[in-house]
Design a protein around this ligand. Structure first.
Ligand code: ZN
Length: 682
């Protein structure tokens, strides 16, 4: 019990789930992680633990930064496609003014379509980027548009509702118009065939020629060309329209700057103040050199508790990979969880010295990596509603080389995913019995996070190559072997009594939750992500199957792991957890040998034998069972609501956070309160 309490203070965020304390349980019950489900999406909500304990000044800073995040919302809609804002406004007006039969198929399908437009920040799938086709009729839309007060529609001067409908009809309904947001098909003009709004009137050749002429191959510190502009051809001349105050998107950027200036005034320290001030300068000038200066200041600001991203950041949405979508994330350091990763890192040498691998392959001096764990306070732009669970920025290669990068995992988002998954029927379907399910309920989140920490903070950094071994000797098998090595390091140590001693796990059986989950995933359930008939391609998936199949096979004589049939269904059963740990250790020895000696033939043999091929019968069974659960493959989040409390003088005296807002409610409020950009509807 004592150790358990120590563990609590070491990693309270992750341990909250296995905490028997009454307060936490009560809170967990009243907090509804799942908001709603539609199409292929599930909407979740996340908590912001620790917000109440921040100082008033820190809360004030977060409040201003969250406002600076939310006022940028329209930018991404416009970047994703030129008609997105007009479509959003039109559909929202239909939704709010509708007085017909709400049980009609047209109305219901229009609502689903609108929810998908909100989720994707436009009319294309957020992940696959293909246009989704509405299941309501064009006539329904037209009737509703003509019926309503013209002031409700995004009309240009002199434009009628009917004319607007004629503009929007093909964009929404014709599958051949703007079919993909980002087209990557080799051989086509990727710029002309992509619906994203980063280019206007230019061909791929013209865009490439324009940027090639700017680049100087001798420049070791180049700016990120094209990052913050739309490239257009006007009167035969190709030029950039820069996203800056006074330029394109000025309506949104002025408001972002307004809130950033307020944030600057309550910054935690001089370094952070300088970061915010440089970002404001960049938004005002659009100068990419200033953006680099800002990125360098940002990456060096490690002492502030509060941190944020606000800007044109990721270029996945541009077929040429230059122009960046706008996004924002406001966060603060999770002190307890970060202490957990630091504790692991500080003991890196102990773990290296005690690992089972051959002494000649060990590092004499090993340094763990401390990944920071953060708590997200708001998600916006390209991180909302679908978000990443970790980020690593900046993207500029020379800045990363010379100044480093910040790598963070978002603890409260990971936690929300985990909590929402509890009780979704998945474990009930695939876990063998109540014994394993209890272990997973109690310790699954904790040991899952610990395995990730061990993998990231120690696994990749452990071991060494023998002198003269080419780091690329394993070629195409290199990344699978590397992930296998890091995962095995984590699996081996998650069961080590040292973790109990350090207070990272509460007892000597918590690790069983991770062992069971890992094997069930590697042997069976990860196959839900593979189409029937396909092999496993992705390195992490290969690594998991490699480990699981290898220990399954090697443990047959001792019956360590079994695949049991119960009522026609296949289950993983672990009969001997200690022997399983020994097998993980043995495989780690071999994988480290392959890596350290650059043994290509052995790498190929072990990957091809264990990691690639799929048992078609088991695969079909798993897909069938998974389908019946009706789980959404994609998830996103609603944000908490922050409310600034002011006194009679207008001074901010408190910031309150609440979690009651629903998905539709939030989207409609954002559209009303944070509308900043004009519509395009010609
Ligand atoms: Zn890894």
């Amino acid at each position: 019990m004592k150790k358990y309490l120590i563990a609590m203070t070491v990693g309270i965020t992750v341990l909250a789930s296995c905490d028997g304390g009454k307060k936490d349980t009560a809170e967990a019950e009243s907090f509804e992680y799942s908001v709603e489900q539609f199409a292929d999406l599930q909407i979740l909500r996340y908590k912001v633990p620790g917000f109440e304990e921040l100082s008033l000044k820190q809360k004030e800073l977060i409040y201003y930064l969250t406002e600076a995040a939310l006022v940028g919302r329209d930018i991404l809609f416009d970047q994703n496609g030129k008609y997105n804002l007009a479509i959003r406004k039109t559909l929202e007006s239909v939704y709010t003014n509708y007085d017909g039969d709400k049980n009609s198929a047209d109305y219901k399908n229009m609502v689903i379509y609108l929810k998908r437009v909100w989720f994707s920040n436009g009319i294309h799938h957020h992940y696959g980027s293909e246009k989704f086709i509405p299941e309501f009729s064009p006539e329904f839309l037209k009737t509703e548009m003509l019926k309503m007060d013209a002031a409700e529609l995004p009309l240009l001067e002199g434009q009628t509702a009917e004319q607007l409908y004629e503009v929007l009809y093909p964009v929404i309904f014709d599958p051949g118009v703007m079919p993909k947001r980002v087209n990557q098909a080799d051989g086509e003009d990727l710029v002309l065939t992509s619906a994203c709004n980063y280019y206007d009137g230019v061909t791929q050749k013209e865009a490439e020629a324009f940027y090639n002429s700017l680049k100087d191959p001798k420049n070791q510190t180049p700016v990120s060309y094209g990052l913050n502009s739309r490239l257009v051809k006007e009167d035969g001349k190709i030029q950039e329209k820069v996203w800056k105050v006074g330029g394109l998107y000025t309506g949104a950027l002025e408001k972002i700057v307004y809130w950033l200036e307020k944030a600057e005034a309550v910054a935690e320290n001089e370094a952070q103040k300088a970061v915010i001030s440089k970002l404001i300068e960049y938004y005002k000038t659009g100068d990419l050199k200033t953006f680099d200066d800002y990125s360098i200041l940002w990456v060096k600001d490690l002492d502030s508790r509060i941190d944020f991203v606000n800007g044109f950041t990721e270029s996945y949405g541009d077929p040429l990979g230059m122009k960046a979508s706008w996004e924002s994330l406001v966060n603060f350091k999770d002190m307890e969880a970060t202490r957990r990763t630091e504790l692991i890192s500080n003991n890196a040498q102990w773990f290296e010295d005690h690992s089972p691998v051959d002494k000649q392959f060990k590092k004499e001096e090993v340094k763990g990596v401390s990944a920071k764990v953060i708590t997200a306070a708001i998600l916006a732009g390209d991180l909302y509603p679908a978000t990443a669970i970790g980020i690593n920025l900046p993207n500029s290669n020379w800045i990363r080389d010379q100044h480093g990068s910040k790598s963070v995992t978002i603890g409260n988002i990971t936690d929300a995913y985990n909590k929402a998954a509890h009780g979704n029927g998945f474990n009930e379907e695939f876990v063998y019995s109540g014994v394993e399910r209890d272990l997973i309920d109690k310790y699954g989140d904790l040991t899952g996070n610990l395995h990730t920490d061990l993998h990231e903070c120690l696994g990749h950094g452990s071991g060494k190559l023998l002198p003269g071994v080419d780091p690329d000797a394993l070629k195409a098998y290199g990344s699978t072997i590397e992930e296998t090595r890091a995962d095995l390091f984590g699996l081996y140590y998650v069961a080590d009594p040292k973790l109990v001693e350090l207070g990272l796990t509460p007892n000597n059986e918590a690790f069983k939750a991770e062992y069971y989950t890992f094997l069930m995933n590697g042997l069976m359930t990860q196959l839900v992500r593979i189409e029937q008939g396909s092999n496993i391609e992705e390195a992490h998936m290969r690594n998991r199957q490699l480990i699981a199949r290898w220990v399954y096979e090697k443990g047959t004589a001792d019956n360590v792991v079994e695949m049991k049939k119960k009522e026609g269904k296949t289950y993983v059963v672990i009969n001997d957890y200690q022997k399983l740990r020994d097998l993980f250790g043995q495989l780690l020895v071999e994988i480290q040998r392959i890596k350290s000696t650059g043994d290509f033939d052995a790498a190929r043999a072990i990957v091809e034998n264990y990691a690639v091929k799929v048992d078609p019968t088991l695969h079909a069974e798993v897909l069938e069972r998974y389908k019946k659960l009706n789980l959404s493959p994609y998830k996103g989040f609603v944000n908490p609501v922050y409310e600034a409390v002011t006194n009679a003088n207008g001074d901010l005296v408190d910031v309150k956070v609440s979690y009651k807002e629903g998905y539709v409610e939030q989207m409609l409020r954002y559209s009303k309160d944070y509308a900043t950009l004009p519509f395009c509807n010609k």
